[in-house]
Structures are given as C-alpha cells and as structure tokens.
Design a protein around this ligand. Structure first.
Ligand SMILES: [Zn+2]
Length: 446
C-alpha cells in the first residue's frame, strides 16, 4: 500500500463508535502498578497471541500479512450455484467512483438512475427528520438536537435510540448456540491477518465492507469471497445514515453495491448501517434497494452484543473492557433461547489481535459448542442466497417482497414496467425483478 493510499484509508476511519453496551468490568492495577490483572477468564487463548498488556492505543504497528490465497481472475466460485466467474481486474479506476470517505454527489448519472429505480418500486419512504451527528461519531440519542426524534424513537423505529427493530431486520440467529460471526469496516490492512486465522480454524464469517475501502483493497475482497466468506454492505463512506438525505442514502448503498459487483461479479443483499443507525426511512430505502438490514443482537437499550473492540485503537476502551464485553456477550448467549450476532471489526490491528488471540479461541473452546457461521447460513440459507444474482427467489423471496409482505414497507402507485432483459442485467436486480413480481400480480397492492 502506498503512503498516499494508506493516508486515504486512514482518513476514512471513523474516530469513534457510539458505545451501545454498558461497561462491565475494569482492569485492576496491583499496588506496584507493574502488573495488570483481569477480571475475566478465558477458556482458551491462541498460543501465538499478542500479549494482552501489549494491545492498546499506543502499541507500535505490527506486521501486516500478505493474502495467503490470491483469488484468480476468471475462476468460478463453485460453492455458489450460478455464480459468474470472478471479474478480471488489473486496477480499479478512481475516475469510475466517488471520492472516498464522504457521501457521494447525488447528481451523477449512476445515482440518478438508482434514485429512479427506488421510485419505480413504489416504496413509500417515511418523511422523517434527519438526525444530527458529527460525521465520525454517529447520532447520539441524548443529543439536544435529536430530542424530537428520540421522543419519537419507537414510532420511527430508530435503533440507535432504544434498539427498535422491524420484522424485516435480522438481529439474531434463530437457533440457540448459533453465532452469526460478523466483522465490519474493512477490507483493511490487517484483514488478511484475520483471514489467515479463520482459514486455519475453518471458520467462515460475514464481512460488512465499506465501499471506499473496497477500492483500495479489492484483492482482499476477492480473496474473502473466494474463501467462502459472506460479503455484505456497510455503505460507501461510513456516515450515519439517519443523518443523510434520501438521495444520499441511495448513493451510499448504490455505490457500495456497484463496486462490490465490479470486483466480485455479484451484488450482496444484506447491509449493516454504520453505528447500527437505522430508522424507518433508512430501512425503507435499504429494502427498496434489495438490502436486508442486519443488526447485532440487543436484549434491551443497554444490552447489546457488542465487544467494544473498535475503541481500543482510540484508547477509549481498554483491552480488558473489550474482553469483559466479550464475556458479557457469552453470558447473554448462554441465557437466551436463540443464537446471536455480535459486533466485531477487522479495521484495526487491535481488533484483529483481540479476535484472533482471545475472542475466537475462547469461543471455539466454549461448551456447549457454538456453531460459528456467516449470517446467511445461520438463517438456514445457502451462500447463494447472499447475493442478488444467485439468490433462489423461490425459497428465499427477494428482500423487498418479504418486507412488503411483512407490512414493514408500503408501496403506492403502479410500479414502472421494466423489461426482463433489463432486470437480468441490472445490479439492482432485486428491485427490478420485484417490480416484475408486482406487475405479475404476486404482490398485494394497497
Ligand atoms: Zn462500521
């Protein structure tokens, strides 16, 4: 990675994530101050783990690893029925995509087309006020600027403020002890370090990737995909979506869909909003664009399955707090009747070191055993169902149809007629084929 590219990537990184869970434990300093003891105990750790005492915001950068398996252009992912060959790419052209790290312009031909495609679904986008946030931190429920939205958070189903979800959101795995393993915010320099461990242990995960960062790390994305991990969307620039206009949200999701399709040949049908920041307006747009929102499990306003690993890098969370957060996740996982989805990241050296050195070894040693898998698999679907082009529409109806059937979104007017040829070729196939379903009378129109 060149210095310029690294600079651009790092500039893309949010400075902090809103902490959704309460802190559980703090490290204890012994009287000499020389040794830190921890309030948690782990069933197992990785023998080659970076020592806990060395994982902090000030640690020097450790070595990044090369991808140990490089995806070959033109190879066909045989584990996905009907998948096209991997696109042959020598380089992505910056001129073909918006600038990194900020919301894309909404007047480009591409975004105008996606806006029209959303309109063509007939989706009714709730008219909700935009929340306010510093771009890097996500909107805060208690901020005075958001008081009206917070007071109305249940009606608008604003997850950030209380944890509301709709029937179309995925927030857990249905089966007890199933863990939908997710990593957000990559692909990034330390992602290959994580992938090496996952491969060694034969663990598959869901990666919610940021479009801007795919641009700089597209080889990593191809390797993740060909390694049978699930690829899903985490927006173009990692801004909090409830703070953006409808058109900006469409651009955030549309450009992410496009760059992933350009790199992999397929388009994901799941998304995770940055900071978990979603309300019914964001939800309607996501669903109309063929994207199912995937959250992380949350049992109450202050009981999210969040390891808080992200903030070790900034120094606002210590490694002990993060691992205590993990033990809290385990405690909750043991008590609930369903499986779970927990929040982790592959963006920083620290998050990868904590995952590969401690969290995953501990999880693998857990008794009774967890079934660790990508989110799509914990929903009893195949990896083919993770992508618009390969999804089996008979067994797994398109996302927007499911949402309409569940009453989560409403449609009005007559969706525009779209020819099947256009549907088959469009990266927004989920939308257009849905319009086809509507026209075919399969969807009840209000
Ligand atoms: Zn994120």
């Amino acid at each position: 990675m060149t210095g310029r590219k690294r600079q651009a990537l790092l500039a893309a990184l949010p400075a902090a994530v809103v902490a959704h869970g309460g802190r559980q434990h703090h490290a204890r300093q012994n009287p000499s101050g020389s040794t830190t003891s921890y309030t948690f105990s782990l069933a197992a750790t990785n023998p080659t783990a970076v020592p806990l005492s060395a994982i902090n915001s000030l640690q020097p950068s450790s070595a990044t690893k090369a991808l140990h398996s490089t995806a070959v252009a033109g190879s066909v992912p045989t584990f996905i029925s009907g998948a096209p060959p991997l696109p042959a790419i020598t380089a992505l052209r910056a001129a073909d995509y918006p600038d990194p790290d900020k919301p894309a312009p909404t007047d480009s031909p591409e975004v105008k087309r996606w806006i029209q495609e959303v309109k063509d679904t007939g989706v009714v986008i709730p008219d909700l006020s935009l929340n306010v946030a510093a771009p890097a931190t996500g909107p805060i429920c208690t901020a005075p600027e958001n008081a009206a939205a917070a007071a109305n958070s249940t009606a608008r189903c604003w997850w950030t403020c209380g944890g509301c979800t709709r029937a179309s959101d995925i927030a857990d795995c249905p089966t007890k002890l199933d863990w939908g393993l997710t990593f957000d915010d990559g692909p990034a320099p330390y992602t290959p370090n994580l992938m090496e461990y996952l491969d060694e242990k034969q663990i598959k995960a869901t990666f919610f990737v940021v479009g801007s960062r795919v641009f700089y790390n597209w080889q990593t994305l191809q390797s993740q995909y060909m390694g049978q991990h699930q690829i899903a969307i985490h927006t173009w620039s990692h801004y909090a979506l409830t703070t953006l206009t409808n058109e900006q949200i469409i651009a955030e999701l549309g450009w992410s869909k496009k760059i992933i399709k350009d790199v992999l040949g397929v388009t994901p049908n799941m998304m995770r909003p940055p900071y978990g920041d979603i309300d019914d307006r964001v939800r309607a747009i996501s669903l109309a664009m063929g994207l199912t929102p995937v959250m992380w499990t949350r049992l109450g306003p202050n009981s999210a399955f969040n390891t808080n690993d992200f903030d070790i890098h900034s120094g606002t969370v210590t490694v002990d707090q993060a691992l205590s957060g993990w033990k809290s996740v385990l405690d909750k996982a043991n008590t609930i009747d369903t499986g779970f989805i927990a929040l982790e990241h592959d963006i920083w050296q620290q998050t990868v070191e904590v995952a590969t050195g401690y969290i995953l070894p501990d999880a693998l040693a857990h008794q009774p055993a967890f079934k660790i898998q990508p989110v799509v698999n914990c929903l009893a679907r195949t990896m083919s169902d993770a992508y618009v082009e390969t999804n089996n529409n008979a067994t797994n109806p398109p996302v927007f149809k499911q949402a309409v059937d569940a009453g989560v979104v409403k449609v009005s007017g007559k969706p525009k007629d779209t020819s099947p040829a256009v549907s088959a070729q469009s990266a927004a196939g989920g939308i257009l084929s849905l319009a086809g379903l509507m026209l075919g009378g399969l969807l009840a129109m209000p």
